[in-house]
Design a protein around this ligand. Sequence first.
Ligand code: GLU
Length: 474
Amino acid sequence: MTTSAIRVRFAPSPTGFLHLGGARTALFNFLFARHHNGTFILRVEDTDQERSTGDSIQAIFDGLKWLSIDWDEGPFFQSERLELYRKVADRLLSEGKAYRCYCTSEELEERRKESLAKGIPPRYDGRCRDRSNFSEKPHVIRFRTPDLPQVVVHDLIRGDMKFNGNLLDDWVIIRSDGYPTYNFAVVIDDLEMQITHVIRGDDHINNTPRQITLFNALEAPLPHFAHIPMIHGPDRAKLSKRHGATSVMAYHEMGYLPHALVNYIARLGWSHKDQEIFSRQELIDYFDLDHVGSSPAVFNPEKLLWLNAQYIRNEDPSTLTNELLPFLKPVQHPFSPSSDGQGPDLPKIVEGWKTRVRTLVELADAVHPFRDQEFSISAEAHEKHLIPENQPLILLFLQRFLTVSEWTKENLEAVIGTIGLEQDMKLGKLAQPLRAALTGQNVSPGIFDVLLLLGREEVLRRLDKALTLIGPNK
Ligand code: GLU
């Protein structure tokens, strides 16, 4: 496969789990690269030694892998590239575009307070700018920000944005511990990795003018910038924990299918006509930056749940069964539903259930009574259907099921049809106490599927148990 010149990156700082916003940034970069046959790079921005952790790095990899957002180059770790940053800083020093600053943090703090007291926005006053006596005393390296009235960011999503150049001070590029600052390392890496498009959250917009002045100082071409709007909760506040889970892997644990989440986050800020459901290939085919909006996207957990239900419903039973396996509860008392002694047919059970659940967790709960003789009877099912008035009907089912010659759908339909005529009851009504006794729930796949999946022996056992639970009919 030939690749175009397009090169993009996802550059997470590993200071926590992969959250929905980060996953969306990764996805947009990934889709953009795949759409244009370009290259997608993963770069871990771990220069904040105090806040970066190995667990977070792992959590980010796990999240990306679960969503199948795979990268072509990397992962690169900024902490392993310190020499490169140092080299560029030295070059800037030798060209007079950067300088050593020996101001201590106490001095800076004092001056900051003075500015605030005078009502002036605090910024570095350039005290060490023209210093000529160097020493080995602890120091930082600052970028000599050129005097510019204005810096313009040409943003592919928001159009041109003008920033007041006078507000940019001489910012630190290398800290006293030798580590680069975020804005410095980003530019050096974007340059060295030949990134053509910087696609990131618009919380970084205020960093972009600084980064542009540095690109210019290095006489390097600018990448294109595309700042994607924030994700808000339904109340229009920035998405946070109180809107529900924000970690990608929490959705894994709650029983979401990875592609349902990918489909959902793709639509957070991007659209293609009014289509809601996209295969992976469709996302790649249709994704481009021109349909990324500039207003905040609203996260709607109900819609995500709805979408997940659509994916579960449309998944083929054997694939869904594989997804379900890690969610299944351990079976305490297995039973054999068929005379040949084979265990319950999980894909068949899944097929009966998949249109009635929204998550794999719900599916695991739903299939449990079909795998285990021990299952709980819900309070609703008990109170509504397993009541003394229904005792004669359940007893009648038990007696007739005992005499069915072969346990087939046709025979069972005939038996239940006869009971319906005798009792003058419709199937829907007849099935309710039966369903409650056999599954412990008020909702289940069609009653004939339930009877067939459980097998005669288990059906009789459960009806008998329900009669015991109800007690003698007084
Ligand atoms: N490391 C930054 C972050 O995690 C992203 C930097 C960038 O994309 O330029 O927010």
